[in-house]
Design a protein around this ligand. Structure first.
Ligand code: 3NM
Ligand code: MG
Length: 533
């Protein structure tokens, strides 16, 4: 029986005034059961033992009717008295080995863990599942030890997969700050990557306030249940199996079609970027047929996110104020499903930027992450992926592109692994750009060296890609590739012009050539990188 438990929507109760209010806990839990919660943990840190037992018995009766296991937080004695299905033990509670002796093999024992060490010990002691947290800061539990974010949870899942058999099999739920706005993203990001290098996915989410604190408890539970079983609308699509992504003529046809969709639909290109590039980015957006808005105010993002368009977040000015606005915008675009492109400018250059990157990656899902080699390495590190093909990347000096250190194959490997891990599209720019969604990887050698001498050319490539992804959201990788080709072939065309003498005269010519969208004279310097990973 205990091996068949469905951990997908795990309710933890709370009897405090702030969350339960004056309502009756048993009635509230009954509504949550009707809404579809799959496990109930009775967590009550203050009531007297007699009251705990009385409430636990009433809860057990309701849970049994719905065939849902009841778990008691901390109190092995209460679980034994009531005869319910198990206990959940925090790090300061009775240890799992001792609880197992008292409860026997048939009862469920769960443990709270927030590190690999704690996870290892909990498995060794015979836990049936792990509650991994704290995912996000929450006012429900103020004395949480560590906020570990998505990447902290990923690291623990990764460890569990790599360790012995019992670890591979143990069930996991994450906890802390999960609600209807973030549940799809959280579970999407904690699903195993498609290449199965880490096939351990989270088994469920544990929530307190999102259900117990809701006005309509049944509806809140039912809504979470629906969200859990629906892929998020921002999910990166994968190609249908009969789609030959390596065919360059198919690619060219699709790229041309995507170019047309941009200027016929004029998607909004919402840029949160620094002052230096705002003007240029807006001109580029207009030239390709998109509709630019340069707004760094996160408060207006919810309105903008409802329009057909995409968001570009440029980490150029990683001040606390900018990060706060970014977080608001990320939440809005994730909620609407419109694409977000992250440009982690200078990631790896200073510890402040490293922190900013961690903060942004924890704030939401990015459809595409674009950066030069060192920036993408910083992203790889932040997402808990140790780069196998090690070479000392060193500290990044400026925010300019810098020379490549890795071979093309190594770059392709890193990019496809990060994309597979983040379940998104990753673009590593350079003389040859490498882009991947974890399954399909392309190397693109179009472009011109003048681009490297123009301020903001990297950022405006981001603007272009974002417009393409929002215009053709059904295949974001293909849309991004089309955007890159448009941008870089326009640069080539501009540099060829007789009136262009250098980077200064290049800029207006480049805007002209973007406008002329010379996709019909494709010089294929793109190569499909089959058989990577
Ligand atoms: N345990 P909410 S966080 C009970 O990190 C609990 O171990 C946590 O509440 C841990 O869903 C938490 O309202 C409270 O954010 C989670
Ligand atoms: Mg405890």
């Amino acid at each position: 029986m205990k091996n068949q438990v469905d951990y997908s929507l795990y309710l933890v109760t709370d009897s405090t005034e702030a969350i339960l209010g004056s309502r009756d806990l048993v009635e509230v839990v009954e509504k949550a059961l009707l809404g579809g919660v799959t496990v109930v943990q009775y967590r009550d840190k203050t009531s007297d033992t007699g009251d705990l037992i009385k409430t636990a018995k009433a809860l057990h009766e309701r849970c049994r009717k719905h065939n849902v296991p009841l778990i008691i937080n901390d109190r092995v004695d209460v679980a034994l008295t009531v005869g319910c299905e198990g206990v959940h033990l925090g790090q300061d509670d009775m240890n799992v080995t001792e609880a197992r002796k008292l409860l026997g093999d048939d009862k469920i024992i769960g443990a709270t863990v927030s590190s690999i060490d704690e996870a290892r010990i909990a498995v060794e002691r015979g836990s049936d599942y792990l509650g991994i947290g704290t995912l996000y800061a929450t006012s429900t539990k103020k004395n949480t030890k560590d906020i570990i974010g998505i990447n902290g949870i990923r690291k623990i899942l990764h460890y569990l997969h790599s360790a012995e058999e019992a670890s591979k099999k143990i069930k996991t739920v994450c906890i802390g700050g999960i609600n209807a706005l973030n549940v799809q993203r959280v579970t999407y990001q904690l699903q195993a990557p498609s290449d199965s290098s880490n096939p351990k996915s989270i088994d469920g989410v544990a929530v307190v306030s999102a259900i117990i604190g809701a006005q309509d408890v049944e509806q809140a539970a039912a809504n979470l249940k629906t969200l859990l079983s629906t892929p998020p609308n921002f999910a990166t699509s994968t190609p249908s199996s009969n789609d030959d992504w390596t065919s360059l003529s198919t690619l060219q046809t699709k790229a041309l079609a995507a170019t047309k969709v941009v200027h016929t639909t004029s998607p909004l290109s919402h840029n949160m970027t620094n002052l230096v590039v705002q003007n240029f980015a807006a001109s580029v957006a207009l030239a390709i047929g998109a509709s630019p808005i340069m707004s760094n105010n996160g408060v207006e993002a919810p309105d903008l996110a409802k329009l057909r368009g995409g968001l570009v977040i440029n980490m150029g000015t990683a001040t606390p104020d900018a990060l706060h606005n970014h977080r608001l915008a990320i939440a809005a675009y994730n909620a609407s499903g419109s694409p977000i492109l992250l440009d982690p400018v200078g990631a790896g250059a200073t510890s402040a930027r490293e922190e900013a990157l961690g903060y942004l990656l924890a704030s939401g899902y990015f459809t595409l992450i674009k950066g030069n080699e060192r920036e993408i390495l910083a992203v790889a590190q932040a997402s808990g992926f140790t780069v196998v093909a090690k070479k000392e990347a060193g500290q990044q000096r400026g925010v300019d592109s810098g020379d490549a250190i890795y071979t093309l194959e190594q770059r392709a490997y890193i990019v496809s692994r990060v994309a597979s891990r983040e379940r998104n599209v990753v673009l590593m720019t350079g003389a040859t750009d490498v882009i991947s969604d974890g399954q399909r990887t392309y190397a693109i050698s179009n472009g011109h060296s003048y681009l490297g001498m123009v301020t903001g050319s990297g950022c405006t490539l981001g603007t272009t890609i974002s417009a393409y992804m929002s215009a053709s959201p059904e295949d974001k990788l293909m849309a991004a590739v089309a955007g890159i080709l448009h941008y870089e072939m326009a640069a080539e065309a501009a540099a060829r012009r007789v009136d262009v003498q250098g980077p200064g005269t290049f800029i207006p010519a480049f805007i002209d050539e973007l406008y002329r969208r010379r996709m019909d004279i494709v010089e294929e310097k793109i190569q499909a990188m089959d058989g990577l990973k």
